[in-house]
Design a protein around this ligand. Structure first.
Ligand code: FES
Length: 329
């Protein structure tokens, strides 16, 4: 068996809210599981609605403020938000995976690590994006270092793990329920209150991430002070239109549907493009562009690279309205 593969058993599964399902996963043989660090995720194998097999990644949650809590864990805890618009990965986790079922996963990997060094840690979570930040909060508590968590969601009943976070953080937990406050989290106010020298970690939906990044840039914050992970898969935005791509090396032409990414279109047509994060963060899926205007939506390319317009992250970016892209593949 691939040493990177884990055979897990669903020890427990429950839904604290109709859109959230939480799973406790153990090794099939009962042995200790591989270690993970705060911010890490687990890639699990899912079966989509069209019966194809795919992978989804979910952050590993730890609430124990103890240094060795995740060195040889007896179980993994993950939480999955049901995405109505998705391709079926979260529906599989919600509707088909039950306690007692087996689940294939890969060893945990961390693309969203905490950093060492002076200064405190401010965490900003949107919805189920709280999962990696919960582990970060526990880690900082274990280290005896200052940490604050701003946790925003539509309403308290739709916000996972509030009791656990309250117990872990006490006054350092700041809950913002839109339904109670009559609107979304005031990001400017949160940023204004961050002490100079503290680092910021953000995980949530794209509008929240975009707002935080725009406002930290406008305030002139150093790039390495702001760390983020986009929670949900990249989505296609309202009003997106189909467009055509041409593969210059083969002359093939495909239409990317309004609800499809270029990456998905390439895969559906038998191509095998490199990709990893599938949400515009890692840079792996970059493809040279020979012609056509790009609607850049990634978090990888610099402003200068975006303006130059000769490379695209195909997992998330699209053609500008009315444009057609010629890709150098
Ligand atoms: S796959 Fe990571 S940026 Fe596209």
């Amino acid at each position: 068996m691939d040493p990177n593969t884990l055979q897990l058993l669903v020890a427990e599964a429950w839904s604290p809210h109709p859109l959230i399902r939480v799973f406790r996963l153990r090794a099939e043989d009962g042995a200790a599981l591989p270690p993970f660090e705060a911010g890490a995720h687990l890639r699990v194998r899912v079966t989509l609605a069209d019966a194809t097999v795919d992978w989804r990644q979910y952050s590993l949650v730890n609430f124990a403020p103890v240094r060795n809590a995740t060195v040889a864990p007896a179980e993994y805890l993950i939480a999955v938000r049901k995405e109505a618009e998705g391709r079926g990965g979260s529906r599989y986790m919600h509707e088909r995976l039950q306690a007692g079922d087996r689940l294939v996963a890969e060893r945990p990997r961390n693309d969203f690590p905490l950093h060492t060094g002076p200064g405190g840690t401010v965490l900003v979570a949107g919805g189920i994006g709280v999962t990696p930040l919960a582990s970060m909060a526990a880690r900082r508590k274990a280290e005896g270092l200052p940490v604050q968590l701003h946790y925003a969601g539509a309403s308290r009943d739709a916000m996972a793990f509030l009791p656990e976070l309250q117990a872990l953080l006490g006054d350092a937990l700041h809950v913002h329920a839109d339904a109670e406050r009559g609107g979304p989290l005031d990001i400017a106010a949160v940023l204004d209150a961050v002490p100079a020298g503290d680092r910021l970690y953000v995980c949530g939906p794209k509008p929240m991430l975009d707002a935080v990044l725009a406002q930290t840039q406008a305030r002139g914050w150093a790039h390495d002070r702001v760390h983020f992970e986009l929670f949900n898969a990249p989505a296609v935005e309202e009003g997106d239109q189909p467009f055509e791509i041409e593969l210059a090396q083969s002359g093939q032409r495909f239409t990317v549907a309004a609800d499809q990414t270029i990456l998905d279109c390439l895969i559906a047509n038998g191509c095998d493009p490199l990709h990893d994060c599938n949400r515009g963060e890692c840079g792996v899926c970059a493809v040279p562009v020979l012609d056509g205007e790009i609607d850049h939506r990634d978090y990888v390319l610099s402003a200068r690279e975006k303006a130059a317009g000769n490379v695209i992250q195909v997992c998330i970016s699209r053609a500008a309205p009315g444009a057609r892209l010629v890709l150098d593949i």
